[in-house]
Design a protein around this ligand. Structure first.
Ligand SMILES: NC(=O)c1ccc[n+]([C@@H]2O[C@H](COP(=O)([O-])OP(=O)(O)OC[C@H]3O[C@@H](n4cnc5c(N)ncnc54)[C@H](OP(=O)(O)O)[C@@H]3O)[C@@H](O)[C@H]2O)c1
Length: 430
């Protein structure tokens, strides 16, 4: 068979990792696909930059969009990143000129995946994006192929390694969010501008792709409800442990009678669930099918090697001419689903209040919850102080989010409550 010729746009962490892996496992890949997979052309921003891998034998393009259109290649691998140009134009130029595309770019797929999938379909080309969700975990393939006999009931997971690392370090090293974030930044685990990670945006982008694959709907990133982890403090992590939970930033999607639920927020999960024990920089995805039940996938969601592993797997599929619609079904058949609003969320809650410990405080708080039809399952107050604020922690029975928000807003205005109440949802994973 003819070799598969590949051009790579972007020679950073993932681009160089992909180049190295293709060279290292060249023989193995040839055995598995029956053809050689080799890189013919490359492009990045700075040609003179020192790279820790030989690239002089490869044809260099200053402009990656020109490369996508003109290179001697069957596949263009987009590893530059970002939702706009040049990433978008590279994919459009490649698909428009009859080349397949592999990308690791969740931002691009979350915002322009619908139109790019359509373009791929129109040109009968493949658009693969395994590395865009949970790095090295083969979850796109699992949902698109391995679980294709199932109606998917729910898909959820730890989709951002930086947040999972921060939450794990806070608990294990007994450090504050700010301390761990700073350390993560100095070690290169977190970006200098961390909001994509810690505010849940990156996880939200990945969740919108998972939801589309799982439920056969159009990608709807703007419909993802997103909350990050900045407000999680060590004290809440400790109370979670005491109550038998662990705090994780989860992305979760399911179909409900109110529409498609797509949510990213920190929540308490029971310590006995596998996801509670996924620690550090690891990612995990749980997909629940009507026939198979729970399936759990765990692995590194970032880094040169794990991400290159997913990119190369996409190339192997192309070399084998294995072709699946980008989002699992034809773009014409992807549904537009209504969004289930977070105000309708039904669940249990953890609430922590910092109060001046005066007689009648608990009665005032209980009255507010009673008026909103919310009942308290348990209450913890360790110690008393007449001079300092003390934490009062409550576990609430299931209620509607809207009622909880109204109650918290009223409680915030009580004289004896001296901080904004902290609320963490308790996630039902059964
Ligand atoms: N890093 C991970 O662990 C990981 C995991 C999963 C998915 N991803 C995704 O993979 C993609 C690449 O990430 P990365 O971490 O490898 O990024 P990176 O290390 O920052 O590398 C980006 C590369 O793109 C090149 N580039 C930037 N702007 C360019 C432009 N205007 N024209 C041409 N080239 C340009 C850079 O060129 P120079 O080298 O010349 O500066 C660099 O080689 C992103 O979509 C990211 O979300 C990354």
């Amino acid at each position: 068979m003819e070799p598969l010729r590949v051009a790579i746009a972007g020679l950073g962490t993932v681009g160089l990792g992909t180049l190295k892996l293709l060279e290292k496992n060249n023989k193995l890949l040839a055995e598995r696909t029956g053809r050689r997979i080799f890189v013919t052309a490359i492009s990045a921003r700075d040609r003179t930059k020192k790279r820790d891998h030989a690239i002089d034998h490869l044809k260099w393009f200053d402009d990656p969009v020109d490369m996508a259109r003109e290179a001697d290649a069957d596949v263009i691998v987009e590893l530059i990143g970002g939702e706009r140009d040049p990433a978008k134009s590279i994919c459009e130029a490649a698909l428009g000129s009859g080349r397949h595309v592999v990308t690791a770019n969740k931002a691009l797929m979350a915002t322009h995946g619908n139109e790019l999938s359509k373009l791929a379909e129109k040109n009968t080309k493949i658009l693969n994006f395994e590395a865009a969700i949970a790095g090295g975990i083969p979850i796109v393939k699992a949902l698109r192929e391995g679980l294709s006999g199932n109606e998917i009931k729910r898909v959820y997971g730890i989709l951002n390694g930086t947040c999972n690392y921060i939450l794990t370090e806070m608990r294990q090293q007994r450090k504050s969010f700010d301390e761990v974030l700073q350390e993560a930044q100095s070690l290169g685990y977190a970006e200098a501008e961390p909001s994509m990670d810690v505010d849940g945006i990156d996880a939200g982008q990945k969740l919108s792709l998972l939801a589309s694959l799982a439920f056969g709907c159009r990608i709807n990133f703007s419909g993802v409800y997103t909350e990050g982890i900045r407000h999680i403090s060590l004290i809440d992590i400790d109370y979670a442990e005491e109550l038998g939970y662990r705090i994780k930033l989860l992305g979760s999607a399911r179909l409900t009678e109110n529409g498609l639920e797509q949510r990213v927020y920190p929540c308490m999960v029971g310590q006995s669930f596998p996801i509670a024990n996924v620690e550090g920089a690891y990612n995990a995805v749980v997909a629940i099918g009507d026939s198979v039940g729970d399936t759990v996938f765990q692995g590194l969601g970032a880094g040169s090697g794990p991400t290159a592993s997913a990119v190369v797997a996409d190339l192997v599929d192309i070399a084998l001419e294995r072709k699946a619609p980008t989002m699992g079904i034809s773009t014409n058949d992807l549904r537009s689903l209504p969004e289930a609003p977070i105000s309708m969320h039904l669940g249990a809650y953890y609430v922590r209040l910092m109060v001046n410990d005066r007689p009648g405080v608990i009665a005032d708080i209980s009255a507010v919850f009673r008026d909103e039809n919310i009942s308290i399952e348990s209450l913890i107050q360790h110690g008393r102080s007449v001079t300092e604020a003390v934490p009062v922690v409550m576990k609430m029975h299931e209620c509607i989010e809207d009622s909880m928000q109204k109650a918290l807003s009223k409680i915030h205005h009580l004289d004896s409550v001296i901080e904004t109440p902290t609320m963490v949802r308790i996630e039902d994973l059964n």
